[in-house]
Design a binder for this molecule. Structure first.
Ligand SMILES: *[C@@H]1O[C@H](CO)[C@@H](O)[C@H](O)[C@H]1NC(C)=O
Ligand SMILES: *[C@@H]1O[C@H](CO)[C@@H](O)[C@H](O)[C@H]1NC(C)=O
Ligand SMILES: *[C@@H]1O[C@H](CO)[C@@H](O)[C@H](O)[C@H]1NC(C)=O
Length: 370
């Protein structure tokens, strides 16, 4: 029997050369497609960072309510208020309520549930988030889209700061800096354990930072470290106190503009004997919660001191809802399945026995289960 043997095809040198050449270009294209084109298709374009504001002022004022309705601005002076108050409020957007919310941590559904419960009304309320609204939970981008669409006000939290740091690393930008009264403080170098050094990292902040669109970054970057709130309610006192909002805490022994922003983002306790050094670890020896020291120091001041300060903050889920006279801790652990808290603040007109009017500041915490 004979077998037909197929004759082996032989390529000419020219055919071989053009085959290798073609293969080379296909390979080159594949390399470009998978390493440059495809990733850039999914990676949002970069936006430059601006210096983070260390201290800013809330641009709204509370309109006092009388019998459930708000009082027209022009009526303040006829009602016998000091002109300073009317002058202050006439420069700002007037709202009926200021609503501050503790650490949301990307739990969008719970956040919306809380807003429904307080009957949040964009027109009459000023909503201020006390930081850590992204990361840990499932919906960081959804939260950001909502905050942007509704013009919600924010305080920077440590997790937003870490996201900005990672964003800068990922896109090869300068690390975020801080600004007060026109003076820029360069990146402080250390103080944060979360700074990512290279691009290959599965840190959750890094994974979120990679996906942030320019509008998300600009929103986060515009949150202040500290916000002065104007007059806020003070338990056991009619007049109220200077309100301050911050994510983690403030040092009692420094003016607001002299605080270290990393302290404001991360502190939980102060270390003795002088309590002028912060730690984020509440188990450090000789340390006491910053809020305890802060309340002690405020109580040493006279009741008529113009510097009486009440601080609204988040960050400390372990200590939970923590309402003291001069400090209001609003991180009630939504991320670990506890609660999400809003502090609702408003002002009311009250008539004294002598017949004159005065403004009384009030507040009430509202919670939902997470
Ligand atoms: C802000 O800067 C101006 C001019 O540089 C200065 O006069 C003012 O005292 C500064 N304010 C604070 C609070 O540092
Ligand atoms: C930045 O935040 C302030 C309020 O603190 C707001 O008035 C301003 O519109 C914001 N700017 C941008 C670009 O979002
Ligand atoms: C804390 O206060 C003590 C005593 O006044 C001082 O020696 C020390 O340098 C201060 N530390 C800081 C971090 O300010």
């Amino acid at each position: 029997e004979e077998y037909e043997v197929e004759e082996e095809h032989s390529w000419t040198p020219v055919q071989k050369a053009s085959m290798y050449g073609g293969g080379f270009f296909v390979g080159l294209f594949a390399l470009y497609f998978f390493t440059l084109y495809l990733p850039s298709y999914f990676i949002p374009e970069a936006t430059d960072l601006v210096a983070i504001k260390k201290v800013s002022q809330l641009d709204v004022a509370l309109t006092p309510l009388a019998g459930g309705t708000s009082v027209a601005l022009g009526d303040y002076t006829t009602l016998g208020f000091d002109s300073e108050y009317s002058e202050q409020s006439s420069k700002k957007r007037n709202v009926n309520r200021i609503i501050m919310v503790g650490d949301v941590h990307a739990h969008y559904t719970q956040f919306r549930k809380l807003l429904n419960k307080v009957k949040y009304n964009k027109k009459n309320d000023h909503l201020l988030l006390l930081g850590d609204f992204i990361t840990k939970g499932p919906d960081s981008r959804k939260i950001l889209d909502y905050l942007i669409a509704n013009d919600v006000d924010c305080i920077l939290g440590n997790h937003e700061y870490y996201a900005l740091q990672n964003y800068a690393t990922f896109h090869g930008l300068d690390q975020p800096s801080f600004e007060f009264n026109g003076t820029i403080e360069k990146f402080l170098g250390d103080g944060s354990s979360f700074l990512v050094k290279d691009g290959f990292n599965d840190d959750p902040e890094f994974l979120i930072a990679k996906k942030l669109e320019p509008e998300h970054v600009q929103y986060i970057n515009n949150c202040s470290i500290i916000k002065k709130l104007g007059t806020m309610p003070l338990q056991k006192s009619k007049g109220g106190a200077n309100g301050v909002a911050v994510h983690a805490g403030i040092r009692w022994d420094l003016d607001l503009q002299d605080q270290d922003p990393i302290d404001n983002l991360e502190m939980r306790s102060l270390i003795g004997p002088y309590f002028n050094e912060t730690t984020s670890d509440p188990d450090v020896e000789d340390s006491v919660s910053w809020s305890k020291i802060f309340n002690m120091k405020q109580k040493e001041k006279s009741a008529h001191d113009k510097d009486l300060t009440v601080v609204y903050y988040g960050h400390d889920a372990r200590r939970g809802l923590n309402l003291k006279q001069y400090t209001k801790g609003l991180d009630s652990g939504c991320d670990r399945g506890d609660k999400l808290t809003a502090m609702v603040v408003w002002a009311e007109l009250s008539r004294s026995k002598k017949g004159s009017h005065q403004i009384v500041y009030k507040e009430e915490p509202v919670q939902i289960h997470c």
